[in-house]
Every structure is written in C-alpha cells, then in structure tokens.
Design a protein around this ligand. Structure first.
Ligand code: LLP
Length: 385
C-alpha cells in the first residue's frame, strides 16, 4: 500500500486528498492491455469511474478507448485527447443536446437503450444529414451476483432494451435509415467477483447474436461491458485484477464469429490505484459505548459506504501504538449514514493521525459532491511527492 510507504511525506500535506499510485495504474494497464492482445480484444475505459486528468492521460498512453455516460463525459474524453472514433456513449436518458453533440462528434457508436431513443436519434441524424453508428444495448436478464444497488442487467432494470422487444421491433429498427446498427452492447453490473457469471453472459450473447443476425442485423462488434470486480477486503493480495481469467472465460464461451469483442472496464482499471487520505479530527465515545473516530473527510469525498453499504478497508498509517482498539470511523457531513466503517480494529488512534481508505480509485473522486459546501477533494500523485 503506497500510503504506508510514504506516510512521513504525507503528514505535512493538507487533507483530505486522493493519493494515486501511478506505478500501480501502469502495472494494471499493462496487464489489461497485454492480456487483451492475446485475443485481439478491444478495451474501453469507463470514464465515469475516474476523470482525473493524469489518470486519463496514462490510460490514453496505453491506447484504450473510452465509454461515456453523458455528453459532458464525451467532451471530457475528447478534451483529454481521445479519438472520437474510439468513444462509445451509453445511457438510458440521453438529453437532446447530448444526442446532437454525439452525432456531431462522430463517435464509434452511440449505444441506445430504448426503441424511442432510436427513433429520436434517427430524426436528429436525418436533420444533421448523417448516418450514425449505433449499438443496441440489450438487457440479457442475468443476475451478476453483486450488490443489488449496482446490478444493471436484470429483466426489471431501467438499462437496455429487453431482448424480446428487440426481436419484436427488429423490422422497425432496420427501417431507421439514418442509423447503422453496428453492434450489440450489454453491461450487466459492477463489482462482479463470481466470474462464472461471465459464462452465463456468453451463453446469452451467443443466442442473442445468432438471432439478431438471422433477423438481418450485421453487427461488427459485441461489447460485453465492464463489471470486473476488485478485492476490497484485502487489496494488498490482489493489487491488479484478474483480467486473464475473464478474458479466458470469454474466449472459451463466446461464439460470435469474427466479430470484434469490446470491454468497458472502469473499476478494474483504476479502483486499486487510489486511496483517500484523511486525518483524524476527534475521538469520542457514545453513551452506548461506541468509540467514534471523526475524520476530516466524509461521504462528500467518498459516498460508496453511505450509498451502497460498500466496504473499504481502512488503516492508520501513522500510529506507532501496539495497542488495538475497535473504532467506528465517521465523517464530517450532516448525515447519520456518513460512516466509513463500523467497529474495525485499528491501533490506538489519536487526533492528527492519518488514515487511508483503500481501493478508492474508482467511483470515489468522480462521485464527490459539494454537499455542506465542502471543498472537492484534490489529487496527489505518487510521482510528485
Ligand atoms: N459500461 C457501462 C455501460 C456502465 O454502466 C458501467 C458502470 C461500466 C461500463 C463500468 O463498470 P465497471 O467496470 O466499473 O464495473 N458507482 C458504483 C458503480 C456504478 C457503475 C455504473 N456503470 C460503485 O461505486 O460501485
């Protein structure tokens, strides 16, 4: 864990901040890219996971494309230097101005999530005098065996078009003259650790692609989304996620002819390279005997525990005490759910100590807010300290 190695240097910095281990990000990208190359897979990075400019610059260096979820994300990717022809854009609720902007930029594909969206996009494309490349985001109805708050591919989910509806409306879709249905897209959920789920995904994709082809869709690519999970419990044991296993599973189960296979990983790329470094403000004990450690960050810097009950491992990186205590780590926000971790064992923890909240590189800084008019957290990079 980087923060522990450099804790002396961190002591003088103003907290809270996100600490990025650029060497680990490099290692992770090297692993993802080299494993993908074995099978000729195309990688996109789900930019929503982290927008930090230096993180994006490194990802660009490794040649990944970008997966976006809004017009502003598309603009951010283009500003960071990514080629629009390597950008895909999904989202259940694309606003009119966002669709027009995406058409103007000529993205690799706009992944559409409803029949109505396809019709509206077709109209906008016609008005712009263009034919637009689209992917059909199909909802495959698969349980990704993850936290229910972050699953996206079950029948009742708001994401994607149901397979049944795509089949029933195939002729209508094909009649949209200003759209070129270039591929199929799926994303069933995030933080997937049960890798056999990707086998079910392949089984479904095989059937869906076969039937869409029978219905006259050409489909140059199949984008199976992101979702590969990381080890929040023991990040030290698995700093680089298991790309090799996912790709091997997909390679042995997916039967999509010579079509390109695309992935859109977010968390697996950036999750482990980021830590939230925060300082202890106060200690107190509740009337019920709970020992609270109040730190100088909160759900406004890292909302995952408050929003999903997500677990992040926490360590005191400056205490020298041998005595262990059980503490509940709480933040500064005016919300009772602003709790980072309940009853965890830490060395005796005092005002001024630095804590690291680990595995916070994905959906940490990118989901920060200004609630309570907190300042947005800044970035500190391993090669600048
Ligand atoms: N592609 C699409 C269409 C997505 O919606 C997502 C994530 C990804 C790719 C990247 O998924 P990943 O590889 O990171 O699992 N804020 C939540 C996660 C929400 C994920 C939303 N979609 C969290 O903090 O756990």
């Amino acid at each position: 864990m980087l923060s522990k190695k450099v804790s002396k240097k961190l002591e003088s910095l103003q907290t809270p901040f996100y600490l990025y281990d650029m060497d680990l990000l490099r290692l992770t990208l090297e692993s993802a890219v080299s494993m993908a190359a074995r099978y000729g897979y195309v990688l996109h990075y789900a930019i929503k996971a982290n927008y930090d400019p230096r993180v994006l610059a490194l990802i660009k260096e490794y040649g990944l494309g970008i997966d976006c979820a809004s017009g502003n994300e598309v603009a951010c990717a283009i500003e960071a230097g990514f080629d629009p022809k390597k950008i895909v854009y999904a989202g259940v609720g694309k606003r009119d101005h966002e669709m027009k902007y995406a058409i103007e930029k000529g993205l690799y594909a706009i992944n559409c999530e409803s029949i109505e969206e396809l019709y509206v996009l077709n109209d906008f494309a016609a008005a712009a005098g263009k034919t637009v490349d689209v992917g059909l985001r199909v909802n495959p109805d698969i349980d990704p065996m993850t936290n229910h708050c972050i699953d996206t591919g079950q029948a009742d989910s708001k994401f994607g078009i149901s397979y049944e509806e795509v089949l029933a409306r195939a002729e209508d879709i094909k009649s949209l003259k200003n759209l070129n249905v270039k591929g199929m897209h799926l994303h069933i959920g995030s933080q997937i650790r049960e890798l056999h789920v990707f086998e079910y995904l392949c089984d479904k994709v095989n059937v869906i692609v076969e039937n869409l082809v029978k219905l006259g869709f050409k489909l140059d690519y199949v984008d199976v989304g992101g979702g590969l999970g990381i080890n929040y419990d023991m990040p030290e044991n698995e700093p680089v996620p298991n790309f090799a296993s996912v790709f091997a599973i997909i390679n042995s189960h997916l039967k999509v002819g010579g079509r390109e296979v695309h992935f859109e990983f977010g968390r697996a790329i950036v999750g482990e390279c980021g830590e939230l470094i925060t300082r202890v403000l106060f200690n107190k004990t509740t009337a019920t005997g709970r020992k609270l450690v109040i730190v100088d960050s909160s759900m406004t810097e890292l909302i995952r525990p408050a929003l999903y009950g997500a677990y992040h491992s926490i360590e005191n990186i400056t205490s020298t005490s041998d005595k262990k205590e059980r503490y509940t780590i709480v933040g500064t926000a005016c919300e009772s759910t602003d709790v980072f971790n309940e009853s965890i064992a830490l060395p005796e923890t005092k005002r001024g100590d630095l804590l690291t909240i680990k595995s916070a590189g994905a959906y940490g800084q990118s989901m920060s807010s200004r609630y309570n008019l907190h300042d947005l957290p800044r970035s500190v990079y391993s090669d600048e300290i």
